[in-house]
Design a protein around this ligand. Structure first.
Ligand code: MLT
Ligand code: MN
Ligand code: ZN
Length: 300
């Protein structure tokens, strides 16, 4: 068997994707016109053998994402090579795709207790028959095997409750089971997946030791991007997403890990790094970051 840790970007975009249905920002217009590649919503799949896969977050675009990945096609009349789906938070871009996987084929959902409650409290998710689609609780800090040879360990990442659970003043740097990052190990290889992160704290940096590849929250270039593009009023931090640029941004945060490859994922449609010739794209690439796109494959 050909063993290696593989990762395929199913969706490099943030919630809404590129183009977003109701958005006329420059990036969305350019994506509609075919000038820049479109992006589906946030998801990554990983495998140790190329035969069985773990899907990290189930985006509402999962149906088209699966259709594009021949490795995910059923061997026989019905079936899947998706062993499990692991959720890092309860946002719609990460859970709604579960509803597209309801056709009575077995797999396991792994999520923290808080996120499993979102599924159990919302009757629409009972469309996933619990006898066929198992629900397994992730305990933060404990390793579990999500598919043959793929070992995962969750760690806390500052974030917030999902948008649809926000009430009153929202703690956007909550350390809780609402938001986790995932360490993915196979043999000697390790990648880390953190698609949503409000700020970088020492806890995260500790987990990056011996990490070969980091997929990190690339939602926004600047904290005020929604305002400057006139697409919204919220700041990045209010949405639980650290910006790339600025003194406390992610671009300058991982300098202690010179050998770790770094890739931005969960990129919002307003982000100027999506324009191949923008100065912001040049800045991130010169700093060694990869700007992910749908279908991009990594082999460690
Ligand atoms: C986010 O990442 O901030 C969410 O996807 C927002 C949303 O649910 O639309
Ligand atoms: Mn999101
Ligand atoms: Zn847009």
């Amino acid at each position: 068997m050909d063993t290696a840790l593989r990762a395929v970007v199913l969706g490099a975009g943030a919630g809404g994707g590129l183009p977003q249905w109701n958005c006329g920002c420059m990036n969305c217009r350019d994506a509609r016109a075919g000038k820049i590649p479109g992006q589906t919503q946030s998801s990554l799949m990983v495998s140790a053998d190329g035969e069985t896969w773990v899907v990290l977050n189930a985006s509402p675009d999962i149906r088209t994402q699966c259709a594009k990945q021949i490795q995910l096609a059923p061997d026989g009349l019905r079936g899947t090579s998706i062993k499990s789906v692991v959720l890092t938070n309860g946002d719609i871009d990460h859970i709604a795709g579960l509803l597209c996987l309801r056709e009575k084929t077995a797999f396991t959902i792994f999520a923290t207790r808080d996120i499993l409650s979102i599924l159990s409290e919302n009757p629409v998710f009972s469309a996933l028959d619990k006898d066929t689609v198992l629900r397994c609780e992730i305990k933060v800090g404990e390793t579990f095997e999500a598919a043959p040879g793929i070992f995962l360990r969750a760690f806390y990442v500052p974030g917030k409750v999902p948008l649809f659970q926000e009430k009153g003043v929202v703690d956007t740097e909550l350390i809780s089971e609402n938001t986790i990052g995932l360490m993915v190990n196979s043999g000697e290889k390790r990648l880390c997946y953190v698609p949503g992160c409000a700020s970088i704290q020492t806890n995260l940096l500790q987990h990056l030791d011996k990490t070969d590849l980091l997929f990190f929250d690339g939602t926004l270039w600047s904290d005020t991007e929604m305002r400057t593009t006139r697409t919204g009023l919220k700041t990045g931090r209010h949405m639980g997403h650290i910006p790339i640029s600025g003194p406390n941004g992610s671009l300058s945060a991982f300098t202690d890990f010179p050998n770790m490859r770094r890739a931005y994922i969960h990129i919002n449609n307003t982000n100027p790094i999506l324009q191949p010739s923008s100065p912001q794209r040049q800045t991130v690439e010169q700093a060694g970051w990869i700007v992910t796109q749908d279908g991009m494959e990594f082999r460690l």
